[in-house]
Design a protein around this ligand. Structure first.
Ligand code: ATP
Length: 422
């Protein structure tokens, strides 16, 4: 039996905040491959890695391509290296491209490395050592930091995945305002949601398919399947030319970054988790519009934050009460605060403890610590400090998920519309 051999190609860290996008570079490479009779054997992959990686430009994404390892392999390699040389934003200090070629099966240890690149921080040296140990051909440009993501991008198993169709602008329009017909985006969303998702943030009237950076992307449409992307693409119009487009298979919106933590104390800074806990205090808003509260379990407590950019989500969070049990999904950032991406209500408390009501009908006030209550109207006093339970109506529902709006969503965050997909 003849076994088919493949060449895996990983590319990362080619862009800068001033321009370019590694997916655009990949699509240019794919075009050159086609001109030379080289076909991909799978959709190109766009792999999002650790959201807390320090040197990311935006979404910490690497790209992987897979072709047959045949007579064309050396031509393919030189096309890749030439395009990386030609299109990378070398002037930016933070742009340090890395390219990986690997011929063979992806091994369990490579898969393990890929998950580490999502959950932890990896140094360039570690990546290089690992790459060499599995016989990757490594190409570093400048510091070559991109090899960290390149190895992960070819190695990550995709048990869950989505697709993104990226439409690219003509080079003469790079950096100018995009001319997408917004009405056509609303129509596309009406016709293709929930197969496509993250198109529009209705609460903010925000067109999420349109990047806000000077990169070559005109729009990106995200979806569970390729068929609906083709339908969506036919509906969205723009009054500027679309130079090229490409569909990527991706781990975006799969929650692949989230690790299940059984206790609050098991979580570490710069990790992303889901964890269950009891709400300790009523969420409060601080200067700058950020909202904070604590959750606790037997092992400890952690401050949770719903930040200003999450807009209306803060209103939802404000309905939480001490005693509620929730499962939060998100990551622990710079300030050691758990940045909530979404939460599920496990158990709502339906009682609130209030001061007792006096015989005269007026609610009593505290008479001081350990001094019971007093009535300001009739002067009556009681010695007990015990508040009384009152049944309350809640604005949240048991078992329900609540999420941040599309405009504040992380690339890896699984939206609720995908939560119950088989
Ligand atoms: P874009 O999304 O626009 O393509 P980006 O946000 O992906 O840009 P990059 O330019 O790719 O940013 O830079 C991210 C850098 O972080 C890359 O060099 C990548 O190799 C590296 N990196 C990825 N994962 C990790 C990790 N777990 N630990 C350390 N570095 C990482």
């Amino acid at each position: 039996m003849i076994s088919i051999k493949y060449l895996h190609i990983g590319i990362d860290d080619t862009d800068s905040p001033d321009g370019m996008c590694t997916t655009y570079l990949a699509s240019q490479i794919i075009n050159k491959f086609k001109e030379n009779g080289i076909d991909l054997v799978e959709y190109p992959r766009l792999i999002r890695l650790n959201p807390f990686a320090r040197h990311k430009t935006r979404g910490n994404g690497g790209v992987a391509l897979k072709i047959l390892n045949d007579d064309n392999a050396s031509l393919a390699k030189s096309i890749v290296l030439d395009e990386v040389e030609k299109l990378s934003m070398f002037d930016c200090d933070n742009t340090n491209p890395g390219v990986i070629f690997y011929d063979g099966e992806i091994t369990p240890e490579m898969e393990k490395y890929a998950f580490r690149a999502i959950y932890e921080f990896i140094t360039i040296d570690e990546a290089e050592k690992f790459g060499k140990s599995v016989d990757c051909e490594i190409h570093k440009f400048k510091k070559g930091r991109g090899i960290i993501g390149s190895i992960a991008s070819i190695s990550l198993p995709l048990s869950d995945y989505t697709y993104e169709l990226l439409a690219y602008r003509a080079p003469e329009n790079f950096g100018t305002p995009r001319r997408i017909d917004y009405e056509s985006v609303y129509e596309m969303d009406r016709q293709t949601f929930p197969d496509t998702f993250e198109n529009i943030d209705y609460s903010e009237n925000y067109i999420a398919i349109e990047p806000k950076t000077p990169c070559p992307v005109l729009y990106g449409i995200r979806s569970n399947n390729v068929e609906s992307l083709k339908i969506a693409q036919d509906i969205v119009t723009a009054s500027e030319p679309i130079d090229d487009w490409c569909i990527f298979k991706t781990n975006q919106h799969t929650d692949m970054h989230i690790q299940e933590a059984s206790r609050i104390s098991d979580m570490k800074q710069f990790g992303c988790y889901c964890v269950e806990g009891e709400v300790k205090n009523k969420p409060t808003i601080i200067d700058g519009g950020h909202m904070f509260f604590y959750i606790q379990d037997g092992s400890g407590e952690i401050e949770c934050g719903a930040y200003e950019p999450t807009k209306n989500f803060r209103k939802t969070v404000s309905h939480l009460l001490p005693g509620d049990v929730i499962k939060v999904y998100g990551g622990i950032g710079e300030q050691n605060t758990f940045n909530i991406e979404k939460f599920q209500v496990i158990r709502l408390t339906d009682v609130e403890y209030r001061n007792p009501v006096c015989e005269c009908g007026k609610r009593m006030t505290s008479a001081g610590k350990n001094k019971g209550f007093k009535c300001k109207k009739c002067g009556r006093k009681i010695d007990s400090d015990e508040k009384v339970p009152i049944k309350i109506k809640r604005n949240l529902k048991n078992a329900q998920f609540y999420e941040t709006p599309v405009s504040a969503r992380r690339h890896l965050s699984k939206p609720i519309c995908r939560m119950f997909k088989s």
